[in-house]
Design a protein. Sequence first.
Length: 175
Amino acid sequence: MFLQNLKHITTFIFDVDGVLTDGTVIASESGELLRNFNIKDGYAVQLAAKKGYHVCIISGGKGTAMEKRFSNLGIAEIYLGVGNKVEVFNQYLAKHQIDAKQVLYMGDDIPDLAVMQLVGIATCPADAVDEIKAISHYISAKNGGHTAVRDVIEKVLKAQSKWIDHNPSAEEASR
């Protein structure tokens, strides 16, 4: 059933900390919070955008480095510093006329719980908190920041026969 439902996904929405990163935040002397991103996740994200999927970030975290990273990967809808994820989620769906059943969301912690209950496919990394695992339709074998995002994107694109890019660019993923 899970694999069948992947064929209806048109939209990916991701949290950042604990999903696209391992959840570690390094505070620099200037006060900026630094995060590590996995280049393989970046490849999958840019490929999904390139193939015409809606890709959106909704995160409580914020920072210019995060915004630049996602923008360089071709993500046009980046919502950082979000307090109410459900409100932003609903606005995003209305703006793009997307049915919630067409959305795959990956989250890892309690702030993601309410929005994950609204989507077609709720997913999480292997190291998500128990409450998130309990409501997820799929739990990746990969941890956050360690290709959990690539895992779900790859599954959707393979289910829809869109995974292989016959004109790949290594530069696109490393921006």
